[in-house]
Design a binder for this molecule. Structure first.
Ligand code: GDP
Length: 685
């Protein structure tokens, strides 16, 4: 139960004195970092359900031309075509696939659309004759008969192709879907991506070399293609043409209509009111319509959890709702006056810290929600709460701007003294954790009542002592980070899933560079190339996307089995390095057992969570100057800065911190506690 005991019980005051390295280093040059767990999934778009319609239109469309001049050498009229279709449907029900379509069509036309007569006619024909005919058809592939068969096959195949087969890594949020014949429950759920590489391919494309795939138009099998159209239509149109180079910066300006992009993560102790606060904010912004909100209210009332109605806007899974806790990181988009915000609601419960880390690893700014109620703030902050760990983690992950929502102020009658008490306690800690005072704002709120969220509260209880911003104004005034659009392309996979059709999808935030449909990408590991067939940004298909965007990529030319959460997709010309051994500067957190050579850890890096071992303790470093104070120490203890060598079980793709801050930071966890944060100093092999 005391999984995070070490970090929670950590006396930060001891280690963050005046000019301690951490407080300073997190600033810019040193810095600490993060991690993640493989099993989380984003709330993803519900796949559009209207594919069946598209499919049907496509499937039957051919018959128009097929039968158009079959009656007395004149084209069929509209009514006749309809009659013919109706008769054919009826006959197919009776005859199934045993009779070629042309035979049926002839019979229908001869019997002048009398289906019974047509059936008698067909059935009375010499069976052997018919069989031979059919075989001929298949063998020679004559257009009409072949198509008839094909159309049946199409129908059968489309019946079994899942409309929404999201084989996510965690298996959660696997909303709708059909079972795919021949696939075990295990495959359909968690274990489709085994941890090791080098599996044989289940994907037809995987047997083709990358060059071979590129030389062909990248199209899914024709029978499945219509299902895919809503996602990749623009891609397919483009794939034949030469790719146009774009001026990304100008396009970004245009796309965002002058608004800047900001990735915002909501953090804080469980039950602080994170989901309620953001759910209510989205409702007030009009992102959730009244009818849906009414539905949530009714459903939550029925479930005996009326107070969770707003939280249900973000807590999407049954388990989350049942337990009343956020588990996965929910993702939503909303806009302020000057920004387009991607909101991530991270879980506060200690069991889901790795998920929280994944969310935070992709954030630019954070809102820390604390419960102002007496005893509750203290529970979250002092005795085993997540407030401290979350604060420290996001800072280590590179988040520098923070808004603190001092929530549930209604519970303390909007008392200024209570607000000030919390501001003082938190302020001290956040400063030690490396946040600049000027980058932290405190806002009194009531998520449940909706006070001070999107408009400044008019309540005299608050206005008599608070004149500051409301939460939305604060979000709007965050400074947008610089996007590394000019750097080579990098995207760290946060989820992998099989969607409809050929290829598969990965999601993640683009850390650097930009990407266009048709681009080739290299995945590290497994060091294989693929082609980008489609890009979706906030569920909309787009032709390009750039650093800072959370995207879903449809990829072909690679076997899904080779891609795990944590793989980095990069530009093949300027690839990221994959290694199993690297050197790093680390800051040791509060640990009870000193770290010695051979210490096993879990390396959390972006969305990677990989077992590793501390192979060498190279030196202890001075906290402020970074000078070596001791060579080859026997052990490392809490609060020390050190240079160590790490060895991972499987290759991981990393960058040197000096070259690429986002991809050069990591965290080390052991026994459920974060024991160190580090930056990559040297990649060995
Ligand atoms: P989370 O775990 O941080 O996401 O917290 P939830 O949003 O699930 O809220 C936990 C509980 O606190 C729910 O019962 C909410 O109704 C309640 N709650 C949230 N915000 C407020 C608030 O501003 N005032 C009061 N009185 N209760 C709140």
């Amino acid at each position: 139960m005391a999984r995070h005991r070490n970090v929670r019980g950590y006396n930060y005051d001891e280690d963050f004195e005046e000019d301690d390295l951490y407080g300073q280093s997190v600033e810019d040059d040193y810095c600490i970092s993060p991690s993640t767990a493989a099993q989380f999934i984003y709330s993803r778009r519900d796949n559009p359900g209207g594919y069946a319609e598209t499919l049907e239109e496509e499937e039957y469309g051919y018959e128009d031309t097929e039968h158009s001049n079959c009656i007395s050498n004149r084209p069929l009229t509209g009514v006749e075509k309809a009659q013919l279709e109706s008769c054919l449907d009826h006959m197919r029900e009776v005859l199934g696939e045993s009779v070629a379509e042309k035979v049926m069509v002839d019979a229908v036309l001869q019997s002048k659309f009398d289906v019974q007569q047509a059936l008698d006619f067909v059935l009375s024909q010499d069976k052997q004759n018919m069989k031979t005919k059919n075989e001929d058809t298949v063998l020679t592939g004559k257009a009409t008969k072949g198509k008839a068969r094909e159309s049946q096959a199409t129908r059968i195949e489309s019946d079994i192709v899942p409309k929404v087969t999201k084989m996510t890594v965690s298996g959660r949020k696997q909303t709708t879907g059909f079972e795919v014949p021949g696939m075990t429950v295990e495959e359909n759920g968690h274990n489709i991506f085994p941890p090791q590489k080098g599996f044989s391919s289940g994907d037809a494309n995987a047997n083709l070399g990358a060059a071979e795939i590129l030389s062909k138009p990248v199209l899914p099998p024709q029978t499945i293609q219509p299902l895919e159209e809503p996602i990749v239509a623009p891609t397919q149109k483009r794939s034949g043409k030469a790719k146009q180079q774009i001026d990304v910066k100008a396009e970004l300006e245009k796309r965002q209509g002058g608004k800047h992009l900001l990735n915002l993560v909501i953090i804080g102790h469980v039950d602080a009111g994170k989901s309620t606060l953001m759910g209510h904010l989205l409702y007030l912004l009009g992102n959730v319509n009244k009818r849906t909100m009414h539905k949530y209210e009714q459903e939550s009332k029925k479930a005996g959890k009326a107070s969770f109605a707003y939280a249900w806007v973000l807590d999407e899974t049954g388990e989350e709702r049942e337990r009343g806790v956020t588990m996965d990181v929910g993702m939503t988009k909303f806009e302020t006056k000057t920004k387009v915000i991607t909101l991530m609601d991270a879980p506060g419960h200690k069991d889901f810290i790795p998920n929280m880390i994944t969310g935070a690893a992709q954030a630019d700014v954070a809102i820390l929600v604390v419960d102002a109620s007496r005893g509750e703030f203290e529970a979250g902050f002092e005795t085993g709460g997540q407030t401290r760990e979350h604060g420290l983690l996001v800072r280590s992950l590179g988040v520098t701007q923070l808004a603190v929502a001092v929530n549930k102020m209604d519970q303390v009658n909007w008392q200024q003294e209570r607000f000030q008490e919390i501001v003082n306690k938190l302020g001290q800690f956040l400063k030690q954790a490396g946040f600049k005072e000027s980058d932290v704002a405190y806002i009194p709120t009531s998520g449940l009542g909706g006070e001070n969220l999107v408009t400044r509260s008019q309540s005299s209880e608050l206005t008599k002592w608070y004149e500051g911003k409301c939460l939305l104004e604060q979000i709007d005034s965050f400074k947008s980070p610089q996007r590394s659009v000019d750097k080579p392309f990098r995207l760290c996979v946060s989820d992998v899933f099989k969607d409809q059709g050929s290829g598969f999808c990965v999601t993640g935030k683009i850390d650097a560079g930009y990407i266009q449909v048709g681009d080739r990408l290299l995945a590290m590991p497994p060091n294989e190339t693929c082609t980008v067939k489609g890009i979706a940004l906030h569920d909309e298909p787009v032709d390009w996307a750039a650093a800072g965007d959370h995207v879903s990529l449809t990829l072909t030319g690679m076997d899904i089995i080779k891609i795990n959460v944590g793989c980095i997709f990069c530009c093949p010309k300027e690839p990221i390095k994959a290694c199993t051994r690297f050197r790093a500067r680390v800051l040791i957190f509060n640990i009870e057992i000193p770290i010695t050579k051979g210490f096993p850890v879990l390396l959390h890096f972006q969305t990677v969570s990989e077992p590793a071992t501390i192979r060498k303790l190279l030196s202890v470093l001075h906290k402020s100057t970074g000078e070596v104070t001791k060579k080859k120490p026997k052990c490392l203890t809490k609060g020390q800065n050190a240079l160590i060598e790490l060895q991972t079980q499987r290759p991981v793709a990393l960058e040197l911190y000096k070259d690429f801050k986002e991809l050069g930071r990591f965290m080390l966890r052991y026994g459920g506690s974060t024991i160190a944060a580090g930056v990559v100093a040297e990649i060995k092999e």
